[in-house]
Structure formats: structure tokens, C-alpha cells
Write a protein that binds this ligand. Structure first.
Ligand SMILES: *[C@@H]1O[C@H](CO)[C@@H](O)[C@H](O)[C@H]1NC(C)=O
Ligand SMILES: *[C@@H]1O[C@H](CO)[C@@H](O)[C@H](O)[C@H]1NC(C)=O
Ligand SMILES: *[C@@H]1O[C@H](CO)[C@@H](O)[C@H](O)[C@H]1NC(C)=O
Ligand SMILES: *[C@@H]1O[C@H](CO)[C@@H](O)[C@H](O)[C@H]1NC(C)=O
Ligand SMILES: *[C@@H]1O[C@H](CO)[C@@H](O)[C@H](O)[C@H]1NC(C)=O
Length: 645
């Protein structure tokens, strides 16, 4: 409980923790020394108000108050002051209780101090009374000017077409560190000086910290390209403090001039590509200068396209779609131009808002001469098919083409493809006539019996135009080929097999080829050794069977083959009959001997061996030691009948 007496003298009467609060009563009476305070409570601190003002212009140390304690009577005591940041700033006279401040205070650094007072018994160093703590605020004065806190560039770019009220790209952040919410920190930002003066540039407060520049009119690049501003920020203190900043503005040209075609008169071009030029007073190579061309009329078919040359800003008209003009035609194109960026015009310091009062889009008319090019003759049919019998007489008309050409009546025909050189093409009419008999079996005819002829029709344009027609001739077969044997010589290993297979072929197609019928041309000779196996007939091959396996030798077998239409041909088959070895190869030497001959030879050999044996037996019975003299004696001595030597 504090009691505030006259002249703001504060008396601490009791605190909430004081147990003796119920016994406390206060009595005031006037003494010579102004107010005295009596109490039976345990606490008896008395102090005057502490008023701290920053930056006080006084002689330091400066007395700010005096402490009293009523329990000091009859004791040797000592005052003490404590608290954060107190040391060196505040002091107390130990005996008198006078409190001093030692230097200027700065509210912006330390807005308040927490002071604690103690009173001690000088001898025992014990506290006589409980300590007294409270906060003291430092009173603000207007000692800080508002400051621009953002980093300033030298200059800022602003677009010419900036609308009235739009923020310019110049943010202004201002701060005044004096006590918040008081006039000492309330800031007002204004443009103090501006050159040139039009359009007027103002300041708009966005929030307590941020201000933005705005225009109160429109820029005109042609009149002023550069602005210089002095901006002042001031607080409302008494007296006010302020600071200034200088800002440079560069006006960036935007589209304030429409492009104008350089040439008004009609233009004509025989070229594929045409250029149209414009003039624009805006800064080159900006979107306010770049031209954007468009067709107003004349390009309904989308044949033309107009693009902008990025360097010269000219319009380039080109043909993007083929269109056939049968005759040379004049095409009228109406072309308009505007800029990439929308047009804004500053008039009398205000932007023109009504679009209809802006200058109209410029346009120009161009006549393009479309020169007709030569179109080729057109065949009624690009491909045609005809049927023709092979080997038929030459001089027959195969095909008569039909051709149209809107631009020319003078068409010439030419043969492009005729590999076998069988036909001729009439130069005037294109009629295709055979000059040779056509052969279905020719190598120039494909597997499907077709022959390809290509002719061209050429007009008299310059350059001449050509188109082609392909004629496919389907050749009907006739029986112009006899059957043929695929192989005429055979080897028959009679110890392995008893027949050979003969195959035949006919170049003609059905019904002028197989199945064939086979027979021997010379019945007598062939039938002795061979027969044709009827069950083996498949139409294109036949088995020739050897009747006697032992009939080795070389045979010439005459054979006759007939195709389906009975057209026949005779051939001789060479058949070698032999006994082959295991590998199926006929030995070099032809064995012409039969089994009988071998038998006779064997019998002869046997008889000879028997004779030899008999002779040996008779000789062995009369064997003597051979001595020339005795030999004659023996012969005469025994005189026996015998076979003799
Ligand atoms: C404290 O105050 C007393 C009485 O006013 C005075 O005599 C004494 O010199 C002071 N002490 C200091 C350290 O200033
Ligand atoms: C502002 O500063 C002045 C002195 O410059 C001071 O007198 C005043 O008390 C301060 N505070 C307010 C809220 O005016
Ligand atoms: C032959 O005719 C067949 C069937 O129509 C076809 O697939 C094939 O390509 C033709 N051959 C040739 C060489 O034209
Ligand atoms: C032809 O000879 C082969 C091989 O020996 C045999 O299989 C076939 O039956 C013979 N054909 C005739 C018709 O004799
Ligand atoms: C059979 O013909 C071959 C040649 O092909 C020949 O060398 C051989 O002497 C002939 N044989 C007979 C018995 O005529």
C-alpha cells in the first residue's frame, strides 16, 4: 500500500505480505518539515517521487530524490541502492539517503530502471527494514529525427504509362525511434522539391513504416525523361525533427505513338515475298516500338502470313498455303498495324482513358499479283489394266489414254517404261500399240503374268509439266511351250533300287501344261528291260522300273511326254545300271559278265585244281633220290606200268 501525499510524495504503508497490516494505521500531521508519516507497521520507507527525464541538461551528479526510513531512530544505519544497470548511473548517500544520477540517460537505450533500496545496521550489517523495489521509467523527449531505413539507389526507372495513383517502384520506409504512439515518433512524409514540376508526385502512406510515391498525373517521355525529387520525413514533436532523401526517376518510354506505314500508295509485287515498312516515334526495340501486323481483309483463305522483322520492324508477307490460280490474279490485301504494347497517350497531364479518342490503327492496301504456274496434264486414270493374249499378232491397240489440261491443248505422249520393247506409243494420241508378239513366259513378265508399261503426257508450258499413267497388261497364256525333262541321265544302283524317277515341266500355265502322260517312244527295245509304273504317275513325274536286276549296262531309253493339250515331245533317257558299293557309287569299270559266265569260270578253275592235285599224288608215290646214273637204271629195273613223267 502506497500513499501518495501532497506533491507526489509516496509513503509505503504496508505490503500484501505484511502480517501486521491489520494493526497498521496512519496518522498525518504537519510539522515544520512538511509531511511526516507515523505508523506502527514494521515498514517505514518514505521517499519522494523519482522523475527521470532523458538527456537532462543539468550538472551531474544530479540529485533526484531523498529516501527516508522511520526505523532508523537510535541506530547506526547505512542506505544502499541496487538493481540492474544501476551501477555507475545511480548512487545514494549512505547517511542522508539522497539519490543521485551521474550521467545523461537515453530512453532509446534504456527505457526504464529497476531500483532496490536497502537499509543496513552499520555494525551488524543486517537489514533493518525490508528492501524497497520499484521500476522507474525514463521520460521521452523528442531527440531522434525520423530516418529513412531502406537502402536507396541512385535512380529508379518508372514506366511512361504509369497510371495515376499507381505506386512508383520507390518504397520509402521511415522510422522514428522516439517513444511509440506519441507525437515525438509520428512521422509525416512529403515531397519537398520536385523538378520538373509536372506531373506532381505525391506520397501515400501504406502503413506506419511504409510510404510510396504516386503520380498525380501522367508522364510524357517526349517532354521529360528525368525527374529529381527531395523527400522529407518529419515528426510532430515540438519542435519537429526531420530528415530528407533525394530520389532520381528515369522515365522509360512506353507505347505512346502508333506505328504509321511509310508508303501510303498501293504497292504491287511479283515476288513471293513483300515487305512493308512503318515508322514509330517510340524508343526502338521496345514493345512500344515493335510492330504487330494483321490482315484486315483479303486473306480469308489463310494463304498469306505476315510476320515482323525483329531488326527492321518491317512486316514480311509470305505465302504459307498453296492455292491454285488457273490464271494470273490480282489479290488485294488490307493490312493493319499496331504495337505489341497497348497504346497510352498522355494529354494535358492526364492519360486518355476513352479508347475511341486514341489515334486509330493505321492500315494500308497492297495488291499482290499471283502468277499462274503451269499445271500438268491430268490422266483420267492414273493406272489402267488391259487383258491380252500372248503370242497374238502384233499391231494390236492395247490402250487409248484420256487426258485433260486446262491450260494447254498441245499435249505430247512419250513411252517411259516398256522393258521388252513390245509396244509403241503414239506421240499425239497416246494410243499404245503392240509391235511385237508378247510372250507370257518372258523374264519381263512377273509371276502374276502381268507386264508393266508407263507412259507420260507432257504439255507445252514453260517449263513443261508432266504426268504419268501406268498400264498393266495381263497376258493370257497360250500353249506355246512343250514339256521338258528336268534331267536326262540317270544312274541306277540295281543292288539298292529298281527304278528311276523322271520329272518333266512345261513353261505354259494351266491348262497348257501338266499333268503329263508318259510312254516309251520305241516299244520294242525299251519294253525288254523297262516298264513305266502306272501307279507312280503324279502328273509331272513317273517311275521307270528295271525288269531284271542283273541287267547291268548302259541303256538309252526313248521316252515320249504329252501335255494336257496333247502336245508331245520325245527324249532319250541315258540310264546306267550298275552294282554300287556301300556308298552308293557306281564302280569305274562296268561289269558286263552275268552269273553264268562267272559260274563257267569257277567250274574251269575247279577242274584245273583237281588235275593239279591228281598229278601231285602220282608224283609223290615214285619219289627217289635223284642221281643221273640211277635214274635210267630204275626206269628199266621195275618196268611197271605208270603214268610216266
Ligand atoms: C552525505 O550527506 C551528509 C549530510 O548531508 C554529508 O555531510 C556527507 O558529506 C555526504 N556524503 C557524501 C559521500 O557525499
Ligand atoms: C515529446 O518530447 C517533448 C520534448 O521534446 C516532451 O516535452 C514531451 O513530453 C515528449 N512526449 C510527448 C508525449 O509529448
Ligand atoms: C502377284 O499377285 C499377288 C496376289 O494378287 C500379289 O500379292 C503379288 O504381289 C503379285 N506379284 C507381283 C510380282 O506383282
Ligand atoms: C522305286 O525304288 C524305290 C527305292 O528302292 C522303292 O521304294 C519304290 O517302291 C520303287 N518304285 C517302284 C514303282 O518300284
Ligand atoms: C557305259 O558308259 C560309260 C560312259 O558313260 C562308258 O565309260 C562305259 O564304257 C559304257 N559301258 C558299256 C558296257 O558300254
Amino acid at each position: 500500500i502506497l500513499w501518495v501525499g501532497p506533491q507526489s510524495t509516496i509513503y509505503q504503508v504496508a505490503s500484501a505480505t505484511d502480517t501486521l497490516i491489520s494493526e497498521t494505521y496512519c496518522e498525518f500531521y504537519e510539522t515544520k518539515k512538511r509531511y511526516e508519516f507515523l505508523s506502527r507497521s514494521k515498514r517505514r520507507w518514505v521517499l519522494n517521487t523519482i522523475e527521470l527525464e532523458e538527456e537532462m541538461d543539468v550538472k551531474y551528479p544530479y540529485k533526484i530524490t531523498k529516501m527516508h526510513n522511520l526505523r532508523t531512530v537510535g541506530t547506526e544505519y547505512e542506505f544502499e541502492i541496487k538493481g540492474a544497470g544501476v551501477k555507475g548511473v545511480f548512487s545514494i548517500n549512505e547517511t542522508s539517503g539522497e539519490v543521485y544520477v551521474h550521467r545523461r540517460l537515453d530512453r532509446e537505450k534504456t527505457p526504464s530502471y529497476e531500483l532496490t533500496f536497502d537499509i543496513l545496521d552499520k555494525k551488524t550489517r543486517k537489514t533493518i527494514d525490508r528492501d524497497l523495489s520499484f521500476d522507474v521509467n525514463v521520460k521521452d523527449i523528442n531527440d531522434n529525427p525520423p530516418m529513412f531505413t531502406n537502402q536507396f539507389q541512385k535512380s529508379y526507372d518508372v514506366k511512361e504509362n504509369t497510371k495515376e495513383g499507381d505506386y512508383l517502384p520507390v518504397p520509402l520506409t521511415v522510422e522514428d525511434i522516439d517513444q511509440e504512439g506519441t507525437i515525438n515518433s509520428t512521422v509525416v512524409v512529403t515531397v519537398a522539391k520536385q523538378s520538373p514540376a509536372v506531373p506532381k508526385i505525391g506520397v501515400k502512406k501504406v502503413n506506419d513504416k511504409l510510404h510510396q510515391l504516386v503520380t498525380e498525373g501522367c508522364f510524357d517521355y517526349d517532354k521529360a525523361k528525368h525527374y529529381s525529387l527531395v523527400i522529407i520525413a518529419s515528426d510532430l514533436g515540438k519542435p519537429p525533427l526531420s530528415s530528407t532523401v533525394t530520389v532520381e526517376l528515369n522515365v522509360i518510354d512506353t507505347n505512346s505513338h502508333p506505328p504509321q506505314f511509310k508508303k501510303r500508295q498501293e504497292m504491287q509485287t511479283p515476288d513471293d515475298i513483300l515487305r512493308v515498312a512503318v515508322e514509330d516515334k517510340d524508343t526502338p526495340n521496345t514493345d512500344g516500338w515493335r510492330a504487330k501486323y494483321s490482315f484486315i481483309s483479303g486473306n480469308e483463305d489463310g494463304v498469306y502470313k505476315i510476320t515482323t522483322d525483329p531488326v527492321t520492324n518491317e512486316g514480311i508477307i509470305g505465302v504459307v498455303k498453296a492455292k491454285n490460280f488457273d490464271i494470273t490474279t490480282l489479290v488485294k490485301l488490307h493490312i493493319g498495324v499496331e504495337n505489341v504494347e497497348p497504346l497510352t497517350v498522355c494529354k494535358n497531364g492526364k492519360l486518355i482513358k476513352d479508347l475511341s479518342s486514341l489515334p486509330p490503327k493505321d492500315s494500308v492496301s497492297i495488291t499482290v499479283k499471283m502468277v499462274d504456274t503451269n499445271d500438268p496434264p491430268v490422266f483420267e486414270k492414273l493406272t489402267a489394266e488391259v487383258f491380252h493374249t500372248e503370242e497374238s499378232e502384233k499391231g494390236q491397240v492395247l490402250y487409248t489414254p484420256k487426258v485433260k489440261d486446262v491450260e494447254s491443248d498441245n499435249i505430247r505422249f512419250e513411252k517411259l517404261e516398256d522393258p521388252a520393247n513390245w509396244v509403241t506409243v503414239d506421240e499425239k494420241t497416246g494410243v499404245i500399240t503392240t509391235i511385237e508378239k508378247m510372250d507370257r513366259e518372258s523374264p519381263h513378265v512377273d509371276v502374276n503374268s502381268t507386264y508393266r508399261i508407263v507412259i507420260a503426257a507432257i504439255d507445252d508450258g514453260s517449263p513443261p509439266a508432266t504426268s504419268t499413267c501406268t498400264l498393266t497388261v495381263h497376258l493370257r497364256d497360250v500353249n506355246d511351250n512343250t514339256p521338258m525333262l528336268l534331267s536326262k541321265t540317270f544312274v541306277l544302283c540295281s543292288n539298292h533300287a529298281d527304278n528311276v524317277t523322271v520329272r518333266a515341266k512345261d513353261a505354259d500355265a494351266e491348262p497348257y501344261s501338266g499333268p503329263f502322260s508318259f510312254s516309251f517312244a520305241d516299244g520294242k527295245t525299251a519294253n525288254k528291260h523297262w516298264k513305266i509304273d502306272p501307279t507312280y504317275e503324279t502328273g509331272e513325274e513317273v517311275g521307270i522300273v528295271l525288269l531284271k536286276k542283273s541287267d547291268y549296262g548302259n541303256y538309252s531309253v526313248p521316252i515320249r511326254i504329252q501335255d494336257k493339250q496333247g502336245q508331245a515331245m520325245e527324249e532319250k533317257l541315258d540310264i546306267k545300271v550298275c552294282k554300287c558299293d556301300e556308298t552308293g557309287v557306281c564302280p569305274k569299270r562296268t561289269v558286263g559278265l552275268g552269273v553264268t559266265a562267272i559260274g563257267i569260270i569257277c567250274a574251269g578253275l575247279l577242274a584245273f585244281l583237281v588235275l593239279l592235285f591228281l598229278l601231285k599224288c602220282s608224283l609223290s608215290r615214285y619219289t627217289y633220290p635223284i642221281k643221273d646214273e640211277q635214274y635210267i637204271q630204275t626206269l628199266t629195273k621195275y618196268n611197271e606200268e605208270g603214268p610216266g613223267t
